[in-house]
Design a protein around this ligand. Structure first.
Ligand SMILES: Cc1ncc(COP(=O)(O)O)c(C=O)c1O
Ligand SMILES: N[C@@H](CCCC[NH3+])C(=O)O
Length: 415
């Protein structure tokens, strides 16, 4: 049996994929609390400096129960919208534990965040002016675009010339002039290069570039290097993990040297989203139909791209497992099949021409590493219902942490 067989690793606790689907319905996001806590711990220890802080980027997954666990592991959080802030506050986060990284925020949104007592980062000169008008004399951070991005797809690279994010590093005089005009205190600089890197080099270069911008500001309280830490989505093919230890020790040396030169106590932050939550979840679905169309075998499941958008949006790869009679299909003959969802679009494909066991109607499929940007990007397209979310607690017992949509939910906004 493969070491990645999730049943044998205890991912499903004291239950099985079939039992979970029977009890909570399909499709179903299943999370494992122990895995989530483990990832939080790894990240918390990344940089050895007294003021190192991890701000979990909740856009990856903002389930209230998961946020509570992440907070209990000592992680703060970064938010992108008033909605995320609202959920964070509901989950027990305090305003001073939240960092709002604004992008094209309206005055109303910015005011909501200011009124909530949450620190704002702006990513354009015009948003800095807006902030100044709304909160003269306030403390604010600026998101810098220091030049080069990273990421698994051009849609998720968030620094460099082609992106809408951040203030170009050559606009420092203008930043200072606006700060002066509104008596603002620039207390921090942040950046985010993009999502999913597996080699430390780009992140380290980005950190160095941001630090050379930071030395041109006095009295900063923090520098925030952003997220983007990748996870191995192709574990079944032996993909290695990101070497966090190597990255951490290189980053620690850089920030220690830099702090000595800067001559002031300063905090360093990161903003990981994917790394914290991705591997803590498997998305379960049911095989509802099998068909052969000429040369292709189609495995028709109930996991449409309204439930998991990543394969359709970025051609993302997720490893798959299939289950029958309480165990994983293993040691069977393999064949090529295309695994599809139930959405009315030909592009609704989870995996194209994938080598899989011989799958039959009624089997359960498990789509691995779906904790990040899985449920968070789900929708009601085709008036399909968003799935339930279940958490396997550390004692092995499953707990419903978000119920499935109901048909009545589809009518909610007409009332
Ligand atoms: C500002 C900011 N911080 C952090 C993140 C988290 O990224 P990741 O999930 O790749 O760690 C994102 C998303 O890319 C982001 O836009
Ligand atoms: N949604 C993307 C990551 C975007 C990160 C947010 N800036 C993904 O699933 O890979």
């Amino acid at each position: 049996m493969s070491q990645y067989d999730l049943i044998s690793t205890g991912f499903y606790g004291n239950t099985t994929p079939e039992e979970l689907v029977q009890k909570y319905g399909s499709p179903l996001y299943v999370y494992n609390e122990a895995v989530l806590r483990e990832r939080c711990k790894e990240m918390r220890n990344l940089v050895s400096c007294p003021n190192f802080k991890v701000q979990y980027s909740a856009k990856a997954n903002s389930n209230k129960e998961l946020l509570k666990i992440i907070r209990s592991e000592g992680l703060h959080t970064d938010a992108m919208s008033p909605g995320e802030i609202f959920i964070m506050l509901q989950s027990g986060y305090h305003p001073e534990e939240i960092f709002f990284v604004a992008n094209n925020a309206s005055e109303e949104e910015m005011q909501y965040v200011i009124d909530a007592g949450i620190l704002v980062s702006v990513d354009s000169l015009s948003q800095l002016q807006m902030y100044g008008r709304l909160n003269p004399g306030g403390r604010v951070a600026v998101r810098i675009n220091a030049g080069a991005g990273v990421g698994h797809h051009e849609k998720v690279i968030t620094a460099g010339k082609k992106t809408k994010f951040g203030v170009n590093a050559d606009l420092i005089p203008e930043i200072k002039q606006i700060a002066e005009q509104y008596k603002l205190r620039i207390v921090g600089l942040n950046q985010h290069l993009g999502s999913l890197f597996m080699e430390p080099d780009g992140y380290i270069a980005g950190a160095q570039a941001l630090l050379s911008v930071a030395e041109q500001f006095e009295n900063l309280e923090f520098v925030d290097f952003g997220g983007g830490f990748g996870i191995p989505y192709r574990k079944h093919s032996g993909e290695q993990r990101l070497d966090l230890e190597a990255l951490g020790s290189e980053l620690s040396a850089i920030v220690q040297d830099w702090t000595a030169q800067y001559g002031q106590d300063i905090a360093f932050h990161t903003e990981p989203g994917r790394y914290i939550v991705a591997e803590s979840s498997v998305l379960l679905g049911k095989v509802n139909a099998i068909k052969h169309n000429g040369t292709t075998k189609f495995v028709g499941t109930d996991v449409g791209f309204n439930v998991l958008a990543r394969p359709v949006m970025y051609d993302s790869w997720h490893d798959l497992e299939f289950y029958r009679n309480g165990s994983r299909l293993d040691g069977y003959q393999l064949e090529l099949a295309t695994i599809t969802g139930n959405i009315c679009e030909s592009g609704d494909i989870i995996a194209k021409d994938r080598e899989v066991p011989i799958i039959e109607e009624g089997d359960i499929c498990g789509i691995l590493d779906t904790g990040a940007y899985g449920f968070a990007m789900s929708s009601n397209y085709n008036n399909r219902l968003r799935p339930a979310e279940v958490l396997i607690r550390t004692d092995g017992s499953p707990e419903l942490i978000r119920r499935r949509d109901t048909l009545e939910d589809l009518l909610r906004n007409y009332e």
